[in-house]
Ligand binder design. Structure first.
Ligand SMILES: NC(=O)c1ccc[n+]([C@@H]2O[C@H](COP(=O)([O-])OP(=O)(O)OC[C@H]3O[C@@H](n4cnc5c(N)ncnc54)[C@H](OP(=O)(O)O)[C@@H]3O)[C@@H](O)[C@H]2O)c1
Length: 158
């Protein structure tokens, strides 16, 4: 299972409408909940598998300005992943739960968000870096070897 849907709405808490707040929580936090809720019984049935959550350094680890909705949703997904890991561990099966926290990644994310700050693709991660993290988790023999992966470009905290 891969929980990866996400979007950013870069506004202050005063500017952010309730709909915009809800949209971020819906897509990221509720999305992770629904995906896990409906997938986990099948993973338990097969007694093995991987649950991978793409969160962000922004949220569980640090905050960016005008990112209050995004930070909150991603911190929530991080907490969800940690809780699910504890539940899964108790089953004593070959099931791993990996949280991947990338820093900035050069993707369409910032165009969709109409982000004005500018992102230098040479100094940040790219999608292949994150894919490598996902593949590493999937290929790992041990379900517990990769619980949390933090990834950063060459120009943190960009
Ligand atoms: N780019 C970064 O700097 C960065 C850093 C850390 C973490 N992340 C996280 O990495 C993940 C992938 O983002 P990305 O950078 O690859 O951005 P992206 O290219 O904009 O991809 C976002 C993904 O989320 C899906 N999505 C957005 N809104 C949705 C909705 N309402 N319902 C269902 N799916 C929806 C999109 O689906 P469609 O293509 O169908 O719209 C797309 O697959 C996200 O969780 C993001 O928060 C990104």
């Amino acid at each position: 299972m891969l929980s990866i849907a996400g979007l950013g709405i870069f506004k202050t808490i005063e500017e952010l409408s309730i709909d915009e707040w809800n949209k971020q929580i819906d897509v990221m936090l509720d999305g992770a909940f629904f995906l896990t809720h409906y997938t986990l019984p099948h993973i338990y049935n097969q007694k093995q598998g991987k649950l991978i959550y793409i969160t962000s350094l922004w949220g569980p680890k640090r905050s960016c300005s005008k990112c209050v909705g995004y930070n909150s949703a991603k911190a929530g997904v991080s907490a969800l992943a940690d809780g699910v890991r504890k539940e899964v561990r108790a089953k004593n099966m070959q099931i791993g739960v990996t949280e991947i926290r990338p820093g900035t990644v050069a993707t369409e994310f910032f165009d969709k968000a109409h982000y004005k700050g500018g992102v230098d693709p040479e100094k940040v991660l790219n999608a292949d870096d994150v894919a490598e993290g996902i593949i590493t988790s999937l290929k790992s023999r041990s379900p517990t070897a990769f619980n949390l992966m933090e990834m950063e470009g060459t120009n943190p905290p960009y």
